[in-house]
Design a protein around this ligand. Structure first.
Ligand code: BGC
Length: 458
């Protein structure tokens, strides 16, 4: 049951990835139909991350107030409404409002889905289940790449391309009806009986089982220990600040690794690497999507076996090494090295998909204590959008002013710094319950010691 619950909650990730990809495929047609210039295009494109950023800032708190599942319920509603507005849009203004609303729904999803998954998952497989969200993003991107490829040959209209998004959104809407509320959220609301029912459903255990008693006791214990400070005061308190900076920096480095430059500009990058026709570069883009999905599957297995910390360190070293190699091969600009540059892009994606991709989503909701989990996740996920926008918007400028090699080198340096940062600050949360993590955080011991020394930390 827990796997099904996670898959439904992770569907929001699919919407995120799918829309990200579809927009880039539909853009040229939209520009033509509405007769909009580059400035207007930039404005419209910016409304999506802007809406996502604003909503991500408050989505966690909203889910604290009304419950995780109610927010999950809102996501397909807002998403479908905006898709319908796009499909039937007759003016540029309607299109702009719809893009903003789409951002709103995605802003909710990037906070609440990982949060909900972490709060419902059993400790031993929480990392694996948390990776489902990233997997759904990757599958969404891949599906949109395939659709973009088919528009190249069959010419699908951009309205149809967006209309397809109603299918996953509808599935999510139906699926949410079957989701039990997070037992942790219910316990905080003193709805103990509902919390027990929810836990039984999630874990597939009986109402009188010893495991149920143990789980409820753990949650109750952490709630009783809660201080009387407001969420805001607590979030910025000395003990929680390291969690907040960890959440924000995880996304900071994820985005500074240049991932979305590859995802958004892949066809252009491959074309510059002389990968034949534009169809050839589109095919290579689909290849990137396939590697992304396949390696996220691998991450699912490794995240529990190797642990978050090791995987992240490997990811930082791998992406840095590959980015430096691309910087050198593109600098040399030797035709015999074009294949190497292109291969490096695939290897880069593989390293990203096993580490920098899923781990921020897995760790973001894990590291915050229950009381500030919503707001802490909100700020972390919001930073993703802010940095994403900055990196993607600055790429064309950097490429023109410094050249592609230096641009890749900058992302490589960011990954290298990320490695040293991770060495110093990343704890290990594998196999620890959320309550054990919370106990450590409130103990005031350095966050990085979490999970490092067996038992003594708990
Ligand atoms: C990132 C997205 C990125 C995607 C690629 C996610 O973890 O947050 O910005 O597009 O991975 O798979």
């Amino acid at each position: 049951m827990i796997y099904l619950i996670t898959m439904i909650a992770a569907l929001t990730g699919f919407l995120f990835g799918f829309d990200e990809g579809i927009m880039s495929g539909a853009l040229t047609q939209i520009q033509k139909d509405f007769g909009i210039n580059d400035k207007q295009t930039g404005f419209m494109m910016g409304l999506f991350p802007f809406g996502a950023f604003l909503t991500a800032c408050v989505a966690g708190r909203l889910s604290d107030l009304i419950g995780r599942v109610k927010v999950l319920f809102l996501i397909p509603l807002v998403f479908s409404l905006s898709i319908l507005m796009i499909v039937f849009s007759s003016t540029f203004s309607i299109l702009c409002i719809a893009r903003f609303l789409l951002g709103v729904s995605i802003g909710m999803s990037v906070v609440v889905s990982p949060l909900y998954i972490a709060e419902t998952a059993p400790a031993e497989i929480r990392g694996k289940l948390g990776t489902y969200f990233q997997l759904a993003i990757a599958i969404g991107i891949l599906c949109s790449d395939i659709i973009n490829l088919s528009t190249n040959t069959e010419h699908l209209s951009w309205r149809t391309m967006f209309g397809i998004e109603l299918i996953p959104s509808g599935l999510l809407f139906i699926g949410v009806f079957f989701l039990p509320e997070s037992p942790r959220w219910l316990c905080i609301r003193k709805r103990d009986h509902e919390a027990s029912v929810s836990l039984c459903k999630i874990l597939g255990i009986g109402a009188h089982s010893a495991r149920l008693e143990k789980e409820i006791a753990l949650i109750e214990h952490s709630i009783q220990r809660e201080n009387k400070k407001s969420v805001w005061k607590d979030l910025f308190s000395k003990k929680i600040r390291p969690c907040l900076s960890l959440g924000i920096f995880l996304f900071f480095f994820q985005q500074l690794s240049g991932i979305n430059v590859i995802i958004y500009y892949a066809p252009i990058i491959f074309k510059n690497m002389h990968l034949g026709s534009s169809l050839g570069s589109l095919l290579a883009t689909v290849g990137v999507g396939v590697v992304n999905v396949a390696m996220t599957f691998a991450a699912m297995q490794w995240v529990e076996k190797m642990g978050r910390r090791h995987l992240l360190l490997i990811g930082f070293v791998g992406t840095a090494a590959v980015l430096f190699t691309v910087a050198i091969t593109t600098y040399l600009n030797d035709p015999s090295l074009h294949w190497l540059s292109a291969t490096c892009i695939f290897i880069y994606i593989a390293f990203f998909a096993i580490s920098l991709g899923p781990l921020p989503w897995v760790m973001m909701p894990e590291i915050f204590p229950q009381k500030v989990r919503g707001q802490g996740s909100s700020f972390s996920a919001a930073s993703n959008w802010a940095i994403n926008t900055a990196v993607v918007a600055s790429f064309p400028i950097m490429q023109q002013s410094m050249g592609i090699s230096a641009t890749f080198a900058v992302y490589g340096i960011a990954c290298l710094i990320g490695f040293f940062w991770a060495m110093r600050y990343i704890p290990e949360t594998r196999n620890l319950s959320l309550e054990q993590i919370e106990t450590h955080v409130y103990s005031g011991r350095p966050l990085r010691e979490l999970g490092m020394r067996k038992k003594s930390n708990m």
